[in-house]
Design a protein around this ligand. Structure first.
Ligand code: ADP
Ligand code: MG
Length: 747
């Protein structure tokens, strides 16, 4: 549909309703007193003073644990080791005292099952003593191990219900925290991994931790081979920018599609979208700022270093970004951030939509996954610094990532494949589904030099003269920006932009760490072999150059700096042999290949059984999401849109009859009535087709996934198209759902 058609769609008749919404919103905002930090627990108003106050952090441990236990625990955390059981009781007792002093009554093992969400089962600290009294108890065993009755979590066949034992095990490297509900009620959350009784991973954290170990191990080999003896550990770092929409909660509750599916299944484009580009980085509406401030305070308490907030491109769309952290903690913090965004929104009369595409034809939401590797001595291994062309270490890591993305583009694509993200990837605002790397001019010229075996100067950051005397000269960053790339080098890190806004970042990072681990392993093995043969440090430069030359030649086809949205790129990518999997159903089979099995098994990240389980779970999830959408849309079409259309038809018929009775011919109205009646029939037919397609039983899961992709998704689009056509002609007072303009533009 063109913009012009959309403009015609918004009749003046909508305005009274919009005004009413503005009034309601303002009313609510006035009722919602400006947010102030509660002083009841003597909290300072300086964020730095209460930052991390609800986490069992290093400072708290130091105060509350005996020195030898503290040292032991710190060692465990720093080196990513498992906990020494002998100190568990002491640690548990300190955690319990601290939690109870802060008002917690319950504790839970907090884990991340394959649903992509978090799970928690609360237990009270209180235990009856048997003589009518009760004591507060929390043992070392309860801290380090749990056994949730977890038969209902997806396991992809790993765990049959008759042997449904699942265990949770404390991940001491991620801080224990107190999760505060809106009413102040606090629960002690213990980050845990979730595994079956056979030790197979049933969650997102276990393989993530394994992948972090793998990438660290092989990165360390490179760093050591290059002669850095001081580094004892390499850390994967992660910072995720979270995009989201806010809609009025009352409007949200009037839309079954938003409530059930998180996205609108019908709804015609608003007359004004993002074409004026007036929302992006615009002044943040006060009600929204009040919400953001409360979110930040809640996140600061949990030690989550949120840093940036702003309006995003689409009306009603916002973004929040933290400072990066080690990736295990960053993943846990990301899950908590999504929880806080959702729960605080309700308090402020909003609903926070994390879905990748809540509104069709309006910009979708992503989660830019900023990733790098850093040594424990503080060197960012993907920071080129000034001497880029001679910085061998940087070039090795850069080329390792290029190789990884080229060889495993299919897996990277599969790692972000969800029914939700399908609506965003490849659309005109999101990165395309073809995985490619944006490097920018400077690094591209370095690749040219590497390929030719030269070493010249690289483009340095130069000063930008702004032309006005009052303005300072500013250094121009050597890597430019390209918003169309799914995987971009942004100065000192890679930004995986195709990640979906509602998804857990654990899986994309597991895949990223593993594929890079493989590249680093390959390079380290070559390097070590050559250095053994020729141990002279003077030879190092030429050894590395030869190695990188081959790798660049073989893998630079995945690098692309142009417009990723263009049709030319699709043709060019096909010529280069890069895979293009437009939908989830096309891309998930990458998880079932021998290549994937070998990769994940070789680095101890997932056994073949664990990998297949993930494939199963993701296929199931895809089908279930599309099925739920299909059912929801049938219900909306039959019980809301159709009755509204019939009422409109009746009103129009009455008007025509009355007009003709008065002796005035009205052929235009008659023709409008005929059109409307036709659309009503078409809607009923399309809805019944959708109902049949959605209910069709296809026992084989792979075939079922293809059925949903080929038949149900299309059928949903068809119903939507007819419904959106009706929305443009039905009188506003008869339209049964809040429209896009009301949801997106009223603040
Ligand atoms: P934008 O991409 O919008 O310009 P920034 O460049 O400020 O935003 O950074 C985006 C995110 O990248 C932030 O969360 C930041 O902490 C993270 N980031 C910066 N450096 C690194 C790094 N070395 N490793 C991982 N994430 C990083
Ligand atoms: Mg970014």
């Amino acid at each position: 549909m063109s913009d012009d058609e959309a403009v015609g769609a918004c009749g003046v008749a909508r305005c009274p309703r919009m005004e009413c919404m503005v009034r309601a919103r303002n009313e609510k905002y006035r009722m919602n007193k400006p947010f102030t930090i509660p002083m009841d627990n003597q909290k300072s108003t300086r964020a730095s003073d209460y930052f991390g106050s609800l986490t069992f952090s290093g400072d708290v441990m130091l105060k509350r644990l005996p020195p030898e236990v503290f040292m032991n625990l710190q060692r465990t955390m720093r080196r990513n080791l498992s906990l020494d059981r002998s100190i568990a009781n002491t640690v548990a007792s300190a955690i319990k005292e601290w939690a109870i002093e802060h008002g917690a009554t319950h504790y839970c093992h907090w884990f991340q099952p394959l649903t992509g969400l978090t799970a928690e089962k609360h237990d009270a600290f209180l235990s009856p003593t048997g003589d009518g009294g009760a004591i507060e108890k929390f043992s070392g065993d309860a801290l380090i191990q749990g056994e949730p009755d977890a038969s209902s979590f997806p396991s992809g066949g790993i765990r049959d219900t008759y042997e449904a034992r699942g265990y949770t095990a404390w991940d001491a490297t991620s801080p224990v925290f107190l999760l505060r509900a809106g009413d102040g009620n606090k629960t002690l959350c213990i980050p845990t991994a979730f595994v079956s009784w056979t030790g197979e991973a049933l969650d997102q954290k276990t393989p993530l931790l394994r992948s972090i170990d793998a990438v660290s191990k092989h990165a360390l080999r490179i760093v050591h081979a290059l002669g850095d003896a001081k580094t004892s550990q390499v850390i994967a770092t992660l910072g995720c920018e979270q995009e989201y929409f806010l809609v009025d909660r009352e409007l949200f509750l009037q839309r079954l599609d938003l409530v059930v599916c998180g996205r609108t299944l019908v709804g015609t484009q608003p007359p004004k979208g993002q074409q004026l580009e007036d929302h992006y980085f615009g002044a943040i509406p006060e009600a929204v700022l009040s919400y953001m401030t409360e979110c930040e305070e809640r996140l600061f308490e949990l030690g989550i270093p949120v840093k940036t907030r702003h309006n995003e491109v689409a009306p009603g769309q916002y973004e929040l970004a933290p400072t990066f952290e080690n990736s295990n903690v960053a993943v846990d913090h990301q899950m908590t951030t999504m929880h806080v965004l959702r729960s605080v929104a309700r308090k402020h009369g909003f609903e926070c939509l994390l879905h990748e595409k809540p509104f069709a034809r309006v910009n979708g939401s992503g989660k830019h996954n900023n990733w790098s590797l850093s040594t424990d001595t503080g060197v960012n291994l993907l920071d080129p610094r000034d001497d880029t062309h001679t910085n061998m270490q940087f070039m090795i890591f850069l080329v390792a990532v290029i190789r990884a993305v080229d060889v495993h583009a299919d897996l990277l694509r599969a790692s972000i494949a969800t029914a939700h993200n399908d609506h965003r990837l490849g659309a005109n605002e999101a990165p395309p589904a073809i995985m490619s790397i944006y490097l920018g001019e400077m690094l591209t010229s370095i690749l040219d030099q590497l390929e030719r075996g030269e070493s010249k100067k690289s483009a340095k950051a130069i000063e930008l003269d702004l032309g006005a005397r009052t303005l300072p000269q500013i250094p121009r960053h050597s890597s430019d920006r390209n918003r169309t790339s799914p995987f971009a080098f942004t100065g000192n890190k890679f930004e995986f932009r195709a990640v979906g806004s509602s998804q857990s970042v654990a899986w994309p990072n597991t895949v990223l760490n593993t594929i890079v681990a493989e590249s680093l392993d390959l390079i380290a093995t070559e390097l070590e072999k050559k250095l053994r043969k020729n141990p002279s440090p003077a030879k190092m430069d030429s050894i590395v150059r030869d190695l990188l030359k081959d790798l660049v030649q073989s893998h630079r086809r995945v690098c692309f700096d142009g417009n990723g949205y263009s049709a030319e790129w699709h043709a060019e990518a096909a010529k280069r042999g890069l895979p293009n999997f437009p939908s989830t159903a096309d891309s998930l089979p990458a998880l079932a290949t021998k290549k994937a099995e070998r990769l994940f098994a070789a680095y101890g990240v997932l056994s073949t059984r664990e990998l297949h389980a993930r494939y199963e779970v993701q296929m199931e999830q895809y089908c279930k999401i599309v099925q739920i959408e299909g059912r929801t849309l049938v219900q909306i079409a039959i019980t809301q849109v159709l009755p509204a259309a019939l009422r409109a038809q009746g009103e129009l018929a009455d008007v025509i009859a009355a007009t003709q009775h008065a002796g005035v011919p009205c052929p235009e109205s008659e023709s409008a009535l005929r059109d409307l009646a036709k659309q009503v029939v078409a809607l009923r037919d399309a809805a019944s087709e959708l109902a049949i397609a959605t209910a069709k039983e296809v026992p084989n899961i792979e075939k079922r996934m293809r059925h949903f992709r080929d038949v149900v998704v299309r059928s949903i689009e068809k119903v939507r198209e007819i419904s959106d056509g009706l929305e443009r002609v039905i009188p506003a007072d008869l339209w049964p759902l809040p429209d896009y303009a009301t949801m997106l533009l009223v603040r």
